[in-house]
Design a protein around this ligand. Structure first.
Ligand SMILES: NC(=O)C1=CN([C@@H]2O[C@H](COP(=O)(O)OP(=O)(O)OC[C@H]3O[C@@H](n4cnc5c(N)ncnc54)[C@H](OP(=O)(O)O)[C@@H]3O)[C@@H](O)[C@H]2O)C=CC1
Ligand SMILES: O=C1OC[C@@H](O)[C@H](O)[C@H]1O
Length: 410
């Protein structure tokens, strides 16, 4: 799957002429020195590529469980001045590394996020940040204790598209939210049978991997500490090979804001192995992740909320006084700008590049003792934990065991 993401970003970069920006990018006098824990397939897309166009961070190391694998990834991407480490511990022990990115299997995120912070590193952790909400609490406590930055790489929330749609909703001009729908599917055949996403011991499952749909419900419906979450129905399609793994999950839930009394009825659909049409044709045409938000006065649809840098559509259709859709449609596009980034950013920045911009700024703020100065856009651990608690509740309602982190002492 990560290879498809890489191909998509390579096509995007080629179309947008990003190579020119990479070759002319000047680095600051003392850039942050970054290391990757694991030679994961997503490393280039989510971390190495955005580093190339950021002035204040360089890639300095890649660690894998074997030195040969780390060296192979460095050679594959022709990375210059990057050290290979034969274990994650070695990279964490290196004082030359300031910040770490990790795309380990989900069940190892919490353990290595904590180890990284205890080794004095700031860390960007792939989504979902942990196996369950109580492990996010352990990450949070460690971040407070060590004073290190930790950020869940929920990259789409850093893109101007997310902010523009949320601003429309929060403006009040469309009335209250009535319902929310989101879907994301991978056609059967995209994942190999031994993929980490299909292993319970590594905290796999569709609800975990496609946590984007729940994060979108949370982000657009304004889930916060004043909201209650009531899962009404969670229907999994179980893996024939492992009945603890949800290949797919359909969820219906209500988010109630106790301050405003607003109830948002949410439905999400995630499928890691969407059955082929007639058992033969992979449904690639369904792959575009989408959201639909029904408000009192309008319907907002957002296509490709996960990878909006490639292309996206935001359509706002007005409703008449009876609540029926009129033909009046407004279409928006946001490749840069929006309510959070303003003049900052470039139309060719990927979601990952926006995310890196925020991460580096937060690390610099903390290094300068400005712990409460936030980047234009941020995702707090409290927000990550709330989404993780929705994931826990979904598994409970579906009658499936909560995912457990590996290697974490209670
Ligand atoms: N933000 C995004 O767009 C995306 C995010 N992701 C997230 O990134 C993470 C990794 O995904 P992806 O890159 O596709 O995964 P990969 O399978 O390619 O990489 C996982 C890495 O984990 C390491 N690892 C350590 N222990 C184990 C173990 N017991 N079994 C298997 N691997 C192990 C391996 O590292 P080593 O190199 O040391 O052998 C491997 O390279 C997931 O959390 C996923 O949700 C994935 C794709 C897209
Ligand atoms: O962006 C993504 O797309 C598909 C998933 O399997 C992957 O883990 C995810 O982050």
């Amino acid at each position: 799957m990560s290879n498809i993401g890489e191909l998509a970003v390579k096509i995007h970069n080629w179309r947008a002429g990003v190579g020119k920006h990479k070759s002319t990018q000047q680095k600051s006098a003392n850039p942050l020195r970054a290391g990757a824990i694991s030679a994961a397939a997503i490393n280039w897309t989510a971390f190495f590529d955005p580093i190339d166009t950021h002035p204040d961070i360089v890639l300095a190391g890649v660690a894998a469980r074997s030195l040969a694998k780390a060296e192979a990834q460095i050679a594959h991407y022709n990375l210059k001045d990057v050290k290979a480490y034969g274990s994650y511990e070695e990279l964490l022990a290196d004082p030359n590394i300031d910040v770490v990115y990790t795309a380990l299997p989900n069940g190892l995120h919490a353990e290595w996020a904590i180890k990284a912070m205890e080794a004095g590193k700031h860390i960007l952790v792939e989504k979902p940040i942990a196996s369950n909400a109580s492990d996010v609490e352990k990450i949070k406590q460690c971040s407070i204790r060590t004073g290190k930055v930790v950020l869940e790489a929920m990259h789409w929330q850093f893109h101007p598209v997310a902010h523009a749609v949320r601003e429309e909703i929060e403006s009040g001009k469309h009335g209250k939210i009535l319902s929310f729908r989101a879907r994301m599917t991978l056609p059967r055949g995209t994942l190999s049978a031994d993929d980490i996403r299909l292993k319970y011991d590594l905290s796999g499952g569709a609800t975990m991997d496609l946590s984007y749909v729940l994060s979108a419900a949370s982000y657009f419906c304004g889930l916060d500490s004043t909201t209650s979450i009531d899962i009404q129905k969670a229907v999994p399609r179980l893996s024939p090979g492992d009945p603890k793994i949800d290949e797919a999950m359909d969820v219906e839930f209500v988010l109630t804001d106790h301050e405003t009394g607003v109830e948002a009825f949410c439905t999400t659909h995630g499928d890691l192995l969407e059955p082929k049409l007639l058992g033969i044709v992979p449904r690639y045409w369904n792959m575009m992740p989408s959201c639909a938000i029904e408000l009192e006065k309008s319907q907002i649809s957002l296509d490709n909320f996960v990878g909006p840098h490639m292309s996206h559509s935001i359509d706002i259709i007005e409703k008449d006084s009876k609540g029926n859709a009129t033909g009046k449609k407004r279409s928006l596009h946001f490749y840069k700008g929006g309510p959070k980034w303003g003049d900052r950013g470039e139309a060719w920045w990927t979601t990952y590049r926006y995310q890196l911009e925020a991460f580096v700024e937060m690390v610099r703020n903390v290094q300068q003792g400005k712990n409460h100065t936030m980047p234009p856009c941020w995702l707090s651990l409290d927000e990550s934990q709330l989404v993780m608690s929705v994931i826990d509740a979904v598994y409970e309602n579906a009658g499936l065991p909560k995912r457990e982190s590996r290697g974490l002492v209670a």
